[in-house]
Design a protein around this ligand. Sequence first.
Ligand code: OGA
Ligand code: ZN
Ligand code: ZN
Length: 464
Amino acid sequence: MGYCMRGEGVRAFERCLSTTVPRQAQVPDTQIRQPGNSDVTEKQVDVKTIKAVFGDGTTSTYPHVWLRENCTCKSCFNSDAIARLFLIDDLCLDIRPNDAQVKGGNLHVEWSDGHLSTYTGKWLHERAFTPEARAKRRSRYMLSRHEEHDQVRSRKEGRKEKERKRPTFPIRANRPSLNRPVAHESDSKVRWGSGFQVPRLNFQSAMEEDQVLLDWLVQLEKFGVVLVEDAPTRVGTINDFIDTLGFIKSTHYGQDYEIINQITPNNLAYTGSKLGLHTDMPYYEYPPGTTWLHCIRQHEGKGGANVLSDGLNATELMKEIHPQHYATLVTTPIYFQDKGFQIYDFDKITKTTTIELDEQGKLKRLHTSSQSRDSIMDLTPEQILAFYSALKTFNNTLYEHSIEMKTKPGDILVLDNSRVMHSRTAFDPSTAKGPRHLHNAYIDWDELRSKRRVLQDKLGVSLT
Ligand code: OGA
Ligand code: ZN
Ligand code: ZN
C-alpha cells in the first residue's frame, strides 16, 4: 500500500555535541516533598558508572555509555516514534559526567561532550539492572512465566551471567592482513569491502529473460547487493518485480511504504538526517530477508547517498581481529522494539544477539539499528559495558570497509537484509535541489531461493 509512514512525530534531528543544547527535558524542581518509590534520592559517580539510590530503598548502577546513548531529550530520542535519534556513530566510549546532580527525584548530568541530560527517577527505576528488576521486566517482554520460575532465575542470575560470558564457539585468534583481496569465497557467499563494485543489471532484461533473472538471483545471494537499473520511476514498480518472484513480505507498515521528506516528518527516515548503518526491522523475530529501495526521485544536492557495508566481511574481521568483541556480539542478547500505530496498533519486541550464528557457527543474520535498539536491557552493568565496546568496534569496522553510492531515479537497490547493512548520508531537504522520494518493499529469502531453484531446473543449469 502507498504512503505508509513509520512511527510518528520526529522533528529535526540535532547533533548532541553542542554545548548550547538547552535542558529541554529537565523537570522543574518541585516543592519539598516525600520522595516517591521511584524518585532518585542519592547518586554516586564512579569511573564508568553512576549508582542511583531510589525512594523505595533499591539501588541500580547505570553505565555512562548507556546513559549517554539513551538520553531522553528531543535531540536524542523521539518519544512519539519511540526511536533513538542518537547514533552509535556519535557515542564516545570514554564519555563521562562533568557534573551530576539529583534534583526533584531526577538525575541531571552534564556530559564530557557538553550535552545535558535529565533522567526522571521513574525512567531510571523502570530500567534498573538489578536481577529482580530484570526478572520482572521479562514477564512483560516475553509473556509471563510461572512466578516461581522467575524467582529461581533471579537467584541463579549471577551464575548464568558468568556462563553467558563464555563463548560457546571456537574463536580463531590468528590475525589476517587487512590488505587482503576484497573478495574471499566463503561457501557461495563472497565477502567484500571498500572498493567493491556493486553488480548491476537492466530492469527490463531481468523482467523478460529467465537467464538474466537467474544470474541476478545468484549475484544477490553471493554478494548480498545488486543494483537494478533503468526501471520505470513509477511507484509500484518493485511490487511488479517482486510479483514475478513470489509474495511480498508484509510488515506492520503494510506491503510497502514510501520514504519521502515531510514538512512535519513523522520518522527519522522522512527527514534529511543521517541514518546510521542498520538492518531493517530488527524487532521482527524473522526480519525481512531482502530490502528493496527504489529511487523515484533523488535529492540533487549534497548527501542522500547510501553507505553500504558487508556484515559478513565485518563479522569475519571481528572474529579474526577482535575475537573477544566478536564473542560478545554473538552471545549478548539485546532487545529491539517498535511500538505505534500504522494500519493497526503494534508493539513488536524481539530479543536477539547482534550476530546470530547458524548451527555450524556461520553468520546467519545480523540485527542492528541505533534507532530501534531498546534502552531496556536484560544485562548486568558489566555486560552492558562490554556490549558497547563490542558494538562500537563493530560499527567502526563496518564503516571502515564500506562503500557509498547515490542512486538515481529508476535505480532499485536490493540488499540482503540479513547481511548487508545500509545507511543514508544527511542532506538538506529544504534547498532548491528538490525533494527525495524512495519506495520500499521486502521479500524473504525463502521466495528468492525457491525462484532460483525453479529457474535452475527450468534452464537446466546446475551451479557449483
Ligand atoms: C530506511 C532506510 C534509506 C534511504 O528508511 O530504513 O534505510 O536512503 N532508508 O532513505
Ligand atoms: Zn540528549
Ligand atoms: Zn533501512
